[in-house]
Design a protein around this ligand. Structure first.
Ligand code: NAP
Length: 372
């Protein structure tokens, strides 16, 4: 008969065993509950948190305590701290079923409130760590106590040639790829994201990296008439085809990119732009979201990031130029493209459940434009 002593004993065996045994077999989870730790089997790492939650809930029911619910989340994939990485997020108790009545390992886990320990000492490599997003992400993750490597050609790491890559990845748990191609010419940009993607994913597999995160663009699959978006699509497809657990983060256009949009549409003093809807986001909010995603479990899927409010492209650029006292005039033209590619109100807008950055365009403009 399973009781809390037995559940605690199982847990103390189970937790280290999760990582030793995961991915070796496809035996279904419930066998484990009544088996010893050698029976632990997982198909995918991504299921571990919910599976552990289910284990504890099942144990509670089996022990005659269905009122006690325990939810478990894996906060980290760092091999060194995997056991620490199991954090009980929510313990709802009724009657005398408080966490203190849990024996041994179960109690220790329940008292491990959040991911403070896990949040330290992870080695995280930021590919493109010297770029707009990269610099902010490096700073953010260092402030959280991680060992962060800012990797890019200026620090001797080149994903295109492979130079310095294996060395940078030694001992890394997580890689965040926020690099960008120096050239946006169709052939060059495709070569950049394909070759870099292949080199990076192969080096990560060799180093045993547990989570690959890449920054892509909302609407990539709708904009394949553009060479840049075909290259981003190729980058995403390589990630999905690799065996490394991943999270693809598609962001909308950065506020900082609005000047480049204006420039691309400029002819003399005229800026010809379509009224297509956008929902841009500030780079700080992108970096903050990426930092959270970097220390969370891989989604093996895609998440979208956007700013707090939709705005038409022509109006966005008009406001930007006006705040910068730029004399160029925006002309609205439904036939004008976005860097030459046709767009409509759906092209650049996220789906139903994006994560929203809090910063409003107007607030950013007032902060970033020098006051005269
Ligand atoms: N701009 C937008 O509105 C927007 C919107 C959504 C998503 N994104 C995505 O966001 C990502 C980051 O954009 P960003 O504006 O932060 O980029 P960025 O400021 O242009 O920085 C590019 C970074 O890539 C690095 N890099 C260039 N060639 C490299 C190579 N061969 N190997 C390794 N690193 C290399 C650069 O390193 P060095 O400094 O050493 O050359 C730099 O750190 C891009 O993938 C882009 O597709 C952009």
């Amino acid at each position: 008969m399973l009781n809390w002593e037995r559940a605690g004993a199982i847990l103390s065996l189970f937790i280290p065993a999760v990582w030793q045994e995961h991915a070796k077999s496809s035996s279904p989870f419930p066998q484990f509950l009544w088996d010893d730790h050698h029976g632990v089997r997982y198909k995918r790492r991504g299921q571990s948190g919910p599976v552990l939650s289910h284990l504890l809930d099942s144990a509670a029911v089996a022990a005659g305590r269905p009122d006690l619910r325990v939810e478990v989340l894996f906060e980290s994939l760092d091999r060194e701290v995997r056991i620490e990485a199991v954090a009980v997020r929510r313990v709802e108790c009724a009657g005398r079923g408080d966490p203190d009545h849990l024996p041994g390992a179960a109690r220790r886990i329940s008292q491990h409130k959040t991911n403070k320990t896990i949040e330290k000492n992870m080695k995280i490599v930021i590919i493109g760590g010297s770029g707009l997003i990269g610099k902010k992400l490096v700073k953010n993750l260092r402030q959280r106590g991680h060992e962060v490597v800012a990797a890019s050609p200026s620090s001797g790491v080149n994903t295109l040639t492979g130079e310095g890559l294996a060395e940078a990845l030694v001992g890394a748990s997580v890689v965040v790829d926020v690099a960008n191609s120096p050239s946006f010419e169709d052939k060059a940009v495709l070569e950049f994201f394909e070759t870099s993607g292949r080199n990076l994913l192969a080096a990560e597999a060799a180093a045993g990296v547990g989570h690959h995160i890449a920054l892509s663009v909302v609407g990539t699959d709708r904009l394949l008439a553009s060479g840049y978006f075909r290259a981003k699509m190729a980058q995403e497809n390589l990630i999905k085809a690799s065996a490394i657990p991943y999270t693809i983060v598609r962001a909308t256009q950065f506020f900082e990119f609005v000047g480049a949009i204006a420039q691309s549409a400029t002819d003399g003093q005229a800026v010809r732009l379509p009224p297509a809807l956008m929902q841009p986001i500030v780079s700080d909010d992108v970096a903050a979201a990426l930092a959270e995603i970097a220390v969370a479990e891989p989604l093996n899927g895609t998440v979208e990031l956007a700013g707090p409010e939709p705005i038409h492209m022509d109006e966005l650029v008009r406001r930007y130029l006006s705040a910068n006292r730029d004399a160029r005039k925006v002309t609205t033209d439904v036939h004008a493209g976005y860097f030459g590619t046709a767009v409509n109100d759906q092209s650049l807008i996220p789906g139903d459940h994006p994560r929203l950055g809090p910063t409003r365009f107007q607030d950013w403009l007032s902060r970033s434009v020098p006051q005269r």
